[in-house]
Design a protein around this ligand. Sequence first.
Ligand SMILES: *Cc1c(COP(=O)(O)O)cnc(C)c1O
Length: 373
Amino acid sequence: MAKSVLLASPHMSDEGYELEYINDAFRKNWIAPLGENVNEFEKAVGSFLGEGYPVALSAGTAALHLAMILAGVKAGDMVFCQDLTFSASCNPIAYQGAEPVFIDSEPDTWNMDPVALEKAFKFYGVPKAVVVVHLYGNPAKMDEIEGLCRQHGTVLIEDAAEALGSSYKGRKCGTFGEYSALSFNGNKIITTSGGGMLICRDEASAKHTLKLATQAREPFPWYQHEEIGYNYRMSNICAGIGRGQMKVLPLRVQQKQAIFERYEKNLAGLPLTMQQENTDGVCNRWLSVCLIDEGCPVTPAVVLDALRAENIEGRPVWKPMHAQPVFAGTKYVTAGEKSVSDDLFERGICLPSDSKMTMEDVDRICEVIRKVF
Ligand SMILES: *Cc1c(COP(=O)(O)O)cnc(C)c1O
């Protein structure tokens, strides 16, 4: 059996930083819930981003849910959300009993199309919030999207779950909009085994986030509750992993970018195009993704089958939310006649992008792909 290659999997530091921080928590008997690792992990992310007030949580999905609550999204409200994404971007809209309206992508960055967004404001009025995503780490057209949200007076929520280490016009992803969500799930560029973070723009919002994430206890001698709370805080053990992982984040970005560049070089000449980086930004290349040229008879399924036969894991790109049975009947706005997200789904492939891969692994994968064409 050929050596197996994964799409993206946890990659601990060679130095063993993560285990040191976990051991430290054990030595101090500081297993849960709070402790030094949580505080220091938040500080490390905060200083990496250079701005914002981070709150460490149990998942990126929890961060997006609390962002909805802080944005004041309630039952019956409307929220605009990028159509081409992972379901966790929009599930929190449903948790709140609010109504999502999906916004199509543009073909340059694969993210929310500002033209479709503007159309949605015209058709449906001002939503409670807008959720933008940096797909596969590629920054969205933030000037246009931030501008439209400001102009219409709505809250922008940035789903930067895939984009830690990316930037747009020199600003790090995770610092845009009113609230930014990060994920440290096992498949992301760095992981805490499972976890997330909400980045707030002011200290009061961060304090409110922390209170909501820890059962919304009021400062009374007894357990007093004046709003509905959640159990969404990150554990001190997971945060220890995160502290160690932050030390290798720049290295992971370099490794992911090197994998992407190798694909781009090796696959040149084939009827496919690698995802183009936002010309105003830097992509962390969390996943290397490509698009089979229009009119080419080879489908992503054929390429993925050929990879699977060699013990190599690839994936189709995210299936658009408007095409998901669970969101059947949801409003969906495109800029033109045709859905861009449907087209990206039909022709797109997520190539193995595990930072533990060697360049020889990438070369082997490219040979398999070359044979299919
Ligand atoms: C992974 C991911 C999330 C959810 O993060 P979890 O930590 O797994 O809950 C949200 N949005 C996007 C775009 C993601 O890729």
